[in-house]
Design a protein around this ligand. Structure first.
Ligand code: PRX
Length: 636
C-alpha cells in the first residue's frame, strides 16, 4: 500500500517529490497496486501541451465499474455503498449495499442496451439526487456509453443546448423532483427541451413524485418495469484507457457551455487516489458530499472516488433548509457521518441562522470537514471550524475545476497544517505555478499571479467535446506549454496557495460557475432591451451575486422598471435557470466602451463593488461621460 495513504507531513513532501521527479514511475505504481485492469498499459504517459494532447495508461484495458463495484463484492458485498437520504426526513433512508448496487447497475445497463444504446453513444442524465442517478451514471460506464449529466436545476433551453451539443440519443429523467417543500416538474422540462432535440430516440422516466405526466408513445418509457424485467448480469464492456467516460458542461467566459471530455483510466486513478487522501477515508467511515452529481464534485466525490475505494457515500436528495436549518446536522448525527464536504455558500447560509440548529445535534462523529467550489472567507471558515468541527476536525479547502477532474490544491487532513482561506499545498503530482501578465513564471514566495499547471495529471480533461480548437485556445494559449486555470492566486511566505478568484468573465455565484455572455444573450432577448453587461459583486451568502447594467430601447420609456426587472429575470430563468438570476438591475443610457467598442467591465465591476472613487483613467474611453451617470444611479 505504499504511497497510497499519506500519514504525516514529511511523508507528504517525500511522496510529492517522487511524484514530480518521476511522474510516470509514481503513477504507474499507484495504478498497478490499487486498481483492477483487464490489461496493463504500454505507456504510462504521453503528452504535449502545445497540441494539446494528454494520454495516460495508453494500451490499458479496464472497466471503471469493475473497479467501483465488482471487485468489492467478495469483501464488501454487504457493506453500504450508497446511503440514500430522502428529501423528507420522515421517509426512510435506503442503505444500498455493494451487492445491490451492482445488481441495479447491471439491470440498468441491460435496459440501456435493450433500448439501443451502444459503446460510445452519449446519454443525457437529467435526474434529481436519487439512487437512479447513480445507477444511470454507472450503467453508462458499464456499457461504454458516455454520460452527460445535466444539473436538474437547468432550464429546458439549457438542457436542449447540452443535449444537442454532444448529440445525445437518450435522456434519463424522472417524473419530477422534491426540493424542500417544492416539487419540480422535470419531465415537463425535458418535454419542452426535446422539441428542439431531434437526435433523442428514447426517454427513460424514473418515478419519484408520482405526478401525472405526459408520455410520448414509443419515445418515453417508465424505468421501473424495464428494470424489473432486466437481468442482473451484465458483462462490463472492456474499455481502452483513453476511451471517453463522460462529458460535463461548464460555463466559459464567452459562448456556449463547454462540454469537458473526461476519459477512463486516468480519471479513475486520480479521483480515487485524491478521495482516499483528501478525506482520510478509512474502511468503516461514512462519507458525505452534499454537492449535486450534476457538478464535477458529485461525479468524482460522490460516485467514482468513493466507490473505487469501497466507501459508504451518502446521497442526499434535499436542501439544507428543509424542514429547518438543522437538516445537515440532523443527517450527520443520524448516519454518524465522518467526513462532510460542502460549499462555502451553504456554510454561510447556515451560519446566518444561528447556533440553535447546530447545537441540538451530536456532531462528534465528524473527523474531516471539506469545502469546495469558491473561496471561503475567514469568518465562514472559523464558524465551520468552531461549531461543526469543534476545532477537532481539520478543514480541507479543496480547489479544483470541472476541467481538472479531481482536487488540485488542498491540505491533507491531520497532515498539512491548515490556514483559513488557503487551499494550501498542491496535491501529489500537481505542479502549480504563478504567471505574470507577460507569461513569465513568478518565482519565490509572497507573490501573486495567474494560476497555471505545468505538467499533466491523470484526470485532466482531454478536450472540449467537438471543439478541440476551443480547448486549446481556452486553456493552453495564454501561457505557452502550461494549463491556465482562469484563476488568480497568491502564494504566501511558506508556499501555501490562496485562490483570489477568476481573472476572466466567469463569475462564481453560490459555487456555480456562470459565464457572463450567455446571461447577457438571454437578457438581450427581451424586446425592450438594447444591450446589457453583467458583473459580479460581493454577496455575504452567495460569495458573488450578479449586477446587470441594461440599456433599454426607446420603447422602454415610461415602462415600469420593477416589472421589467422581473421579466428580465424570468427570461434568464427560462434560458439558463434560476441560479443565473440577477440580484440588481440598473437601467442606464450607456455602457463605458473602449474606442474599439469593447465594454469596460472593469469600470462596471468597480461601481458595483462600491469602489467608484478609484476608476483610474477613463479619458481614453469612447464615451467617458456615461460613467458619472452610471455612478449616480448605481444600486449600491
Ligand atoms: O474559481 C475557482 C472556483 O471554482 C472554479 C471551478 O468551478 P467548477 O468547474 O464549477 O468546479 C467547482 C467544483 C470543483 C475555479 O476555477 N473554486 C473551486 N474550488 C475553489 C474555488 N475557488 C476558491 N477556493 C476553492 N477551494
Amino acid at each position: 500500500m505504499s504511497n497510497y495513504h499519506i500519514k504525516h507531513l514529511e511523508e507528504y513532501f517525500q511522496v510529492y517529490r517522487k511524484s514530480v521527479n518521476n511522474p510516470e514511475a509514481f503513477w504507474e505504481e499507484i495504478a498497478e497496486e490499487h486498481f483492477l485492469w483487464r490489461k496493463k498499459w504500454d505507456t504510462v504517459l504521453s503528452w504535449d501541451f502545445r497540441k494539446p494532447e494528454v494520454k495516460w495508461f495508453e494500451g490499458a484495458k479496464l472497466n471503471i465499474t469493475e473497479n467501483c463495484l465488482d471487485r468489492h463484492l467478495l469483501t464488501r458485498g454487504n457493506k453500504t455503498a450508497i446511503l440514500f437520504e430522502p428529501n423528507d426526513p420522515k421517509e426512510a433512508a435506503e442503505h444500498i449495499t455493494y451487492k445491490v448496487l451492482h445488481e441495479r447497475v447491471c439491470k440498468m445497463a441491460n435496459v440501456l442496451k435493450a433500448k439501443g444504446v451502444k459503446r460510445g453513444d452519449r446519454v443525457c442524465i437529467y435526474l434529481p439526487m436519487i439512487p437512479e442517478l447513480v445507477y444511470s451514471v454507472l450503467a453508462c460506464a458499464r456499457i461504454g456509453a458516455v454520460h452527460s449529466v445535466v444539473f436538474a436545476g437547468f432550464s429546458s433551453t439549457a438542457l436542449a443546448t447540452r443535449i444537442n451539443d454532444c448529440d445525445c440519443k437518450m435522456v434519463i429523467t424522472s417524473d419530477g423532483s422534491f426540493r424542500g417543500t417544492k416539487t419540480i416538474d422535470l419531465k415537463g422540462i425535458v418535454d419542452e427541451a426535446l422539441k428542439d432535440c431531434p437526435g433523442i430516440e428514447n426517454v427513460l422516466v424514473a418515478k419519484r413524485i408520482n405526478s401525472e405526466i405526459t408520455m410520448t408513445t414509443e419515445r418515453d418509457f417508465w424505468l421501473q418495469p424495464l428494470l424489473d424485467a432486466a437481468s442482473i448480469d451484465c458483462e462490463p464492456e472492456i474499455m481502452d484507457a483513453e476511451d471517453p467516460l463522460f462529458i460535463l458542461y461548464t460555463s466559459g467566459s464567452t459562448g456556449q457551455p463547454k462540454g469537458m471530455l473526461h476519459t477512463t483510466a486516468g480519471y479513475m486513478v486520480y479521483s480515487s487516489y485524491t478521495f482516499k487522501n483528501v478525506f482520510n477515508y478509512t474502511e468503516n467511515d461514512v462519507y458525505w458530499c452534499s454537492a449535486d452529481v450534476g457538478w464535477i464534485t458529485g461525479h468524482s466525490y460522490i460516485i467514482y472516488g468513493p466507490l473505487a475505494n469501497g466507501a459508504t457515500s451518502v446521497l442526499f436528495e434535499g436542501v439544507p433548509s428543509h424542514p429547518d436549518y438543522s437538516r445537515f446536522w440532523q443527517i450527520v448525527e443520524k448516519h454518524k457521518v465522518n467526513q462532510f464536504y460542502t460549499a462555502p455558500t451553504a456554510i454561510r447560509a447556515l451560519a446566518k441562522e444561528g447556533l440553535e440548529y447546530t447545537q441540538k445535534h451530536d456532531l462528534s462523529s465528524l473527523k474531516v470537514l471539506g469545502t469546495v467550489g469558491e473561496p471561503i472567507n475567514e469568518e465562514a471558515w472559523h464558524w465551520y471550524d468552531d461549531n461543526i468541527g469543534k476545532n477537532k476536525a481539520p478543514i480541507v479547502d479543496t480547489y479544483f475545476q470541472t476541467e481538472n477532474g479531481g482536487i488540485m490544491l488542498t491540505p491533507i487532513p491531520y497532515v498539512t497544517p491548515t490556514k483559513p482561506t488557503y487551499a494550501t499545498l498542491p496535491f501529489i503530482g500537481i505542479q502549480p505555478c504563478l504567471m505574470d501578465e507577460e507569461g513569465k513564471e513568478i518565482e519565490g514566495n509572497q507573490v501573486s499571479g495567474r494560476l497555471c499547471i505545468k505538467f499533466p495529471w491523470p484526470s485532466i480533461a482531454r478536450s472540449i467535446y467537438g471543439n478541440h480548437k476551443r480547448y486549446k485556445e481556452t486553456y493552453f494559449t495564454a501561457f505557452e506549454n502550461n494549463y491556465f486555470t482562469g484563476d488568480g492566486a497568491l502564494r504566501d511566505e511558506v508556499g501555501y496557495y490562496r485562490i483570489t478568484g477568476r481573472v476572466d468573465d466567469v463569475i462564481i455565484v453560490s459555487g456555480h460557475n456562470l459565464g457572463t455572455a450567455p446571461i447577457e444573450d438571454a437578457i438581450n432577448e427581451h424586446p425592450a432591451v438594447a444591450e446589457s453587461a453583467i458583473v459580479g459583486f460581493p454577496h455575504d451568502v452567495k460569495g458573488n451575486a450578479l449586477y446587470g447594467y441594461v440599456i433599454l430601447k426607446d420603447i422602454g420609456e415610461g415602462r415600469n422598471h420593477d416589472n421589467l426587472r422581473k421579466e428580465i429575470n424570468q427570461i434568464i430563468t427560462e434560458q439558463i435557470g434560476p441560479i443565473a438570476k440577477l440580484d440588481k438591475i440598473q437601467f442606464t443610457d450607456g455602457l463605458p466602451k473602449t474606442r474599439s467598442g469593447k465594454i469596460m467591465r472593469r469600470i462596471l465591476r468597480k461601481i458595483a463593488h462600491k469602489d467608484s472613487g478609484n476608476l483610474g483613467d477613463i479619458s481614453t474611453l469612447l464615451n467617458p461621460e456615461v460613467v458619472q451617470s452610471i455612478i449616480d444611479n448605481a444600486l449600491v
